[in-house]
Design a protein around this ligand. Structure first.
Ligand code: UDP
Ligand code: MG
Length: 244
């Protein structure tokens, strides 16, 4: 049976004031056909540009909107985890709040959940500078090789997941980049689908080579360790009637 809220949209927001009205309108339109209740969780990660005011304006007009505010900028993983904990839907979808991901892709990703527990986007025609595309390419290749993975585009935030798997995942700083792997470690079936990607028109990217590529590469060793130390056992409770 479906829970009252079927889908929770979880969106981290850090200084994205000029993107939020358009984002919410696009989400609203894209999800009009999705059956079941939808909630929109916008998590403000310590913005200084008036994003919270815009979000509260959205919440005033649309009662499906919930606004969570982190006390200070705590990073994308923290914002996502706060959203995951507050989410009530059976399914959780994430996307960036800068309009680079296209909400119009969501119905297709949701439909693919009938054969999977996680559907991860792959940015088909990525609209970023060549430096960033190259750094992603190097990062993805290294991560996959070191963790025995085959995730094409971990940097793509557009994904949909069954919340029952998310509940078992503990995020650490920067670990949102390993979410598909962490979910797979919990037994989730992963599918990848191409998604649209658009240039950032308002606001600025929060990452450069220094705070993405090398930090991400260091995290690879932590994930590798977790994979190697994963608990694996079968347990069975015995009936006292079986006592000899
Ligand atoms: N973001 C956040 N906290 C941060 C950095 C980023 O909530 O400390 C959000 C940001 O507002 C955006 C998403 O995470 O919605 C991805 O950030 P960005 O677009 O800067 O990353 P890029 O697309 O450049 O990799
Ligand atoms: Mg972006």
């Amino acid at each position: 049976m479906k829970s009252e809220i079927y889908l929770s949209i979880v969106v981290p927001v850090y200084d994205e004031a000029d993107n939020l009205e358009t984002l919410h309108a696009e989400l609203d339109q894209a999800l009009a056909e999705v059956g079941g209740g939808v909630e929109f969780l916008y998590i403000d990660d310590g913005s200084h540009d008036g994003s919270v005011g815009v979000l509260l304006g959205l919440a005033k007009r649309d009662e499906r909107v919930r606004v969570l505010c982190l006390e200070k900028n705590s990073g994308q993983s923290a914002a996502l985890e706060a959203g995951f904990k507050a989410a009530r839907g059976e399914i959780v979808a994430t996307l960036d709040s800068d309009l680079q991901n296209d909400p119009a892709d969501l119905p297709r990703l949701l439909a693919a959940l009938d054969q999977a527990d996680v559907v991860n986007g792959v940015r088909a025609n990525r609209q970023d500078t060549w430096v960033r595309k190259l750094s992603s390419h190097v990062g993805n290749g290294f991560r996959n090789r070191m963790t025995g993975e085959s995730v094409t585009d971990v940097g793509c935030s557009l994904r949909v997941m069954r919340r029952s798997f998310l509940c078992n995942v503990k995020l650490h700083r920067g670990m949102h980049r390993f979410l598909p792997t962490l979910l797979r470690m919990e037994g989730a079936r992963l599918v990848e689908l191409p998604v649209n990607h658009r240039p950032r028109l308002h606001g600025q990217s929060k990452y450069g080579i220094g705070n993405r590529l090398f930090v991400g590469l260091a995290d690879v060793f932590a994930v590798r360790w977790m994979q190697s130390r994963r608990l694996s056992y079968q347990v069975q409770e015995r009936d006292r009637a079986d006592a000899p």
